[in-house]
Design a protein around this ligand. Sequence first.
Ligand SMILES: [Zn+2]
Length: 406
Amino acid sequence: MINRRQWLRGLGLALGASAHAGTQAFATPLPQSSAPESSSPGRLALADYEPKSMLQVRETHIERARFPAVDIHTHISVSAKSENGIELAPERKYLGHPAELLAVMDRKNVRAMVNLTGGFDDGLVEAVTKYDKAFPGRFFTFTEPSYSKFLEPNYPRLQAEAIEQAHRAGARGLKILKTLGLYLRENITSGKLVKIDDPRFDPMWDTCGQLNMPVAIHVSDPIAFFTPTDRFNERYEELNNHPDWSFYDHEFPSNAELLEARNRVFARHPKTQFIVLHVGNFSENLANVSENLDRFPNMTVDTAARVGELGRQPRTSRRFFEKYQDRILFGTDATPHGDEFPQQVFNDQLYEIYFRFFETADEYFDYAPAKVPPQGRWRIYGIELPESILHKVYNQNAARLLHITI
Ligand SMILES: [Zn+2]
């Protein structure tokens, strides 16, 4: 088995000879003169393969969510400056104007968007002013840690105080990106990786608990990102398009080590509520997520960017939703103009896919608005949740955690 770096080196050579920038010839590369349509079987590049399903099954169009929905996981603003995966500046870059967002929200019955990446200090104040205060009840903003202050000797106290200050400024919760565990290092951008359960963050977790601010936490990534990017990898094309998403390298902890460190934080801070994003960051293994939900009463999950995973195991998912109906929140990871990542691009179609998955028994449909399924080549099945569960997942669970009324 070759390691990731050797593989990338090999890929560089292969792509250097190919006419297609950004596409990987999986089988024998096409001769430059022949178009994909005219190629003979066995000579089609995987990137050019777009099979159309011949299945004749019911197609239900769900125009609006059955109940007003709170999208607990969106990214309306992002840090204006980051280095080696770490957001360093309070300044925000805004990805969508409120008016364009509200138009889609009103069409789809999305009552509110929670902007998780609201930043800190002046950036946070600005984001809250532009969205939450200008359109009450339609936008809620979370704050983020100031990792740029990590080297200051009293960082644990400073960070806890920053949470208090963010709370006063209107932040509804704290967002932790996968930065913690995979990017943040002892010298911020260099040195040893800092562990998720590093005690320097304890005052931050406790302060969130005291202020009733939920912590939306992203730890680790899809399990395929921790295995070699080779012909056995079910997310080969995605990793091929984004080689920096692979954590298959001895330098990184394993998925299991990351989740264990995360779990120690949940155990140590029972009064703090954790919204564990992306279905507990292990949607490929709902038995594991269930086990953790049983162990940690302070844990809830969202569905963001994992409708593809939930929808390919519809019977297991349906049982999961039945059992944990009070602890699952509707989220998409919607990012305005995020066309590069169709599984999370903010638009009407993205919402309709989620609604179709939750509300119908439709079979074998696309989980993302894209020509080729972007997170693995499969399609999904609806789980036809009853109204009582839909109501909880669309808004009641979020309303309880965010202390809002719908
Ligand atoms: Zn996200």
